[in-house]
Design a protein around this ligand. Sequence first.
Ligand code: ZN
Length: 464
Amino acid sequence: MRTFPFYILLLFGWIMYGQQTVYYTLTHTPNSNNIEVAINFEPMNAEKVRLIIPRSAPGTYSLTNYRAFVEQVVGTSTNGTMAKGTIGDGSFFTFEAESEQLAQVSYQLDLEKMETQLLDGDASSKSRTNYVGLLGYSVFGFVEGLEENPIELTFKTEPSWPIFSTLAPTLDRPKGSASFQAENFGVLADGQYTLGKDSQIYQVPNAPIPLFVAIYSETEVNLEEIGRRGLLALNGLKDFYGYVPMPHYTIYEEFINPKSDRHDYGFSMEHLNSMTYTGDLSRAVTSYDPKANIGSIVHHMGHSWIPLRSYGRGYRPFAWQVAPLIETIWLNEGFTWYISYAYVLERSGILNFYKRNMEEAPKFIKEKSLKELSLLGSSQYAADFRIGKNLFSRGALLAHDLDMVIQKETNGQKSIKDALLGLLNWTKTNQRAFEYDEIEPIMSKATGVDLSTIWEQWQGGKLD
Ligand SMILES: [Zn+2]
């Protein structure tokens, strides 16, 4: 029986063709620090194939030369001939194979070399005797033009090694090989992956969404306590926003012996459904502490709302080959700082910390407008952390001023929360980054308060 008209089948076929799945295979060689990544796709003219290697990622606000660790780049044609990859003018490889159709590109990575050369401990993947920990954007590249296509990722490693991914966290880890789906390259790059017996996984009971703790530690560590703190943070954010947008969440932390005196540790990074942290051994959480400072977990988990699900131009879609210009870092960071401390942690005294950061900033930072400082911070947020501190402090104090006027004008009926929900709902409806000039009108409309005066007051430099 014909249930569908033929043209619908054709249309369906076209949609499927337009969305060809790209197949990634990551092979880890047991007892080594090496991995190989192979990307298979529908045949393309060799001269059109460009393998792009990320040089930055949303939220890092920095340039990292991951291409430096990519070796033995090879394109393979439909009839099995090989074409060597050639480094381009930027963070990409091209392939010389006249009139050949390429269906695969592959490359190798030395994780030991990456960890040794990248002095930011949280920027690199790691390889140990019984552990491999991978940050998606540090190991995966993509073929230009296929970055929006769905991806099937397969891991292959030592048969007894369990495999975990923040894309689909579970206690029931497959061993030796595993496959995961990602809706596009952005999601693949945003995920983390652990292989090996020394990766410990814990699921936090009674959480509003499946909440996991993934740990690699070279000293004693207490996963339940990390989970307890994570759940406190998650419940606090849920109480503030009124909902949790993440389908699941993983707190992924490493506590390691420093690679060298020059390596830096102690930083976290936010991702759609996870946060990462790499600290030295002294930072390992070992016991219950009711007074533990959970500010960093609240902040990084809070990014799962803003900016990961509501953001300005440049943040997403992301230009992976560069550190793109982003005008709204003060919003991403400052608004999250403000609600984390003023609401979730109820520490209003932190306003003085923001004010002090602004007072202590050098003139070249003070005189920049909000937008100019954000553009500067797009690649140098932490490289000169006075830039980063000034950005989040200005953003937090702007959020505070907005909050005060919203509460005053609505007799306490509305607050900064309604402005942020306005941004989140706007992104959900419009499915794109907001423009700079759209931010204030979205917040004014969502709160019913004209916020243009406060907004304008904060746009210029802050010299006094
Ligand atoms: Zn942040």
